[in-house]
Design a protein around this ligand. Structure first.
Ligand code: IPM
Ligand code: MG
Length: 371
């Protein structure tokens, strides 16, 4: 099993380092042969090669069975032309590798209900799955650019424009992914759109409704995105699978992340049609805390678990990582982002110590089950 490791920028190197150590631990226990190769991506690649996604990094990612990705971006690149900004690395990987299906599960661990910004009873037991279409929408729509306005409120002024677009097959394939995911869960899909205003999302709604006919065992509801943003903080447990476009999914998944206590807890998988995937925490490179050793590595560690499950067909190893994370939370270890007094919190730890603890828990839980 060949894994491309792309740590990227900011806290990326720190959190990916811990995930790799956890993968090593689980590979030892389960007798897996994981070959890893690391490459530069994002700002780090801009500094070294003058491009955020060098050809060498892209071909490593193409050749791998799965990709473990950290995060990209730093304010210092804000002045570069868009094509050279670090964010283009992750967008380029998604597009080149056709990673159209983005899974962002938001799970509230019982040990962390106090860390959520919502009342504990609203989030206790929360388990929702956001499925975000990842290679279409206004993120990739053409044309885009700047020009001089010829009409509108300010003719003659400089204006910028991006194009929101979705094709029928793009919507069909993500709808199938969502309905099939719901069949493995609680059989409910909420399709989030803005069909009351946008033609793109009227097509979205129509196509999702059509595809639904093939899944009579799954309940489908449609919801406007503004309402969905509200319902997510009002009664998040009413959702099961949420499927939406690239832009709305970006926003709603950050919102859902906070329900779980911290965006530092939210893993993600971005899959192509054959379940090859890129796995990354849902959060960014957090330049403000980079290099301080305080970032929460759990989202990345949990992303590595998703990688074992979805792309490498190792569900037992994936379960093992997830139960090790639970064990460490139960033991009271907390990085600063999930620290709150009470509720079993015992010690504030840094990135390294959290990674060490999960790796150690993998070894000890195995010993317990054997004896
Ligand atoms: C995410 C991020 C990216 C996105 C950025 C870094 C381009 O916010 O994965 O959610 O907008 O998709
Ligand atoms: Mg985002």
């Amino acid at each position: 099993m060949r894994i491309a490791i792309l740590p990227g920028d900011g806290i990326g190197t720190e959190i990916v380092g811990e995930a790799v150590r956890v993968l090593d631990a689980v590979a030892r226990v389960h007798g897996l042969k994981l070959e890893t190769e690391t490459a530069l991506v994002g700002g780090a690649a801009v500094d070294a090669h003058g491009h955020p996604l060098p050809e060498s990094t892209l071909s490593l990612a193409r050749a791998a069975d799965a990709i473990l990705f950290g995060a990209v971006g730093d304010w210092k690149y804000d002045k570069l032309e868009r094509a050279l900004r670090p964010e283009q690395a992750i967008l380029g990987l998604r597009k080149h590798l056709q990673l159209f299906a983005n899974f962002r599960p938001a799970l509230c661990y019982e040990q962390l209900t106090q860390a959520s910004s919502l009342k504990p009873e609203l989030v206790a037991g929360l388990d929702i799955l956001i499925i975000r279409e990842l290679t279409g929408d206004i993120y990739f729509g053409q044309p885009r650019g700047r020009r001089t306005a010829t009409d509108g409120h300010f003719p003659g002024a400089e204006e910028a424009f991006d194009t929101m677009r979705y094709s029928r097959p793009e919507i069909e394939r993500i709808a199938h992914v969502a309905f099939q995911a719901a069949q493995r869960r609680n059989r409910k899909v909420t399709s989030v759109d803005k069909a009351n205003v946008l033609e793109t999302f009227q097509l979205w709604k129509d196509v999702v409704t059509e595809v639904h006919a093939q899944y009579p065992d799954v309940e489908l509801e449609h919801m406007y995105v503004d309402n969905a943003a509200m319902q997510l903080v009002r009664a998040p447990k009413k959702f099961d699978v949420v499927v939406t476009g690239n832009m709305f999914g970006d926003i709603l998944s950050d919102e859902a992340a906070m329900l779980t206590g911290s965006i530092g807890m939210l893993p993600s998988a971005s899959l192509d049609a054959k379940n090859k995937g890129l796995y990354e925490p849902s959060h960014g490179s957090a330049p403000d805390i980079a290099g301080k050793g305080v970032a929460n590595p759990l989202a990345t560690i949990l992303s590595a678990a998703m990688m074992l499950r979805f792309s490498l067909d190792q569900p037992a190893a994936a379960d093992h990582i997830e139960s090790a994370v639970r064990a460490v939370l139960s033991a009271g270890l907390r990085t600063p982002d999930i620290w709150s007094e009470g509720q079993g919190a015992v010690r504030k730890v840094g990135t390294r110590e959290m990674g060490d603890a999960v790796a150690a828990a993998i070894t000890t839980t195995r010993k317990t089950t054997k004896s």
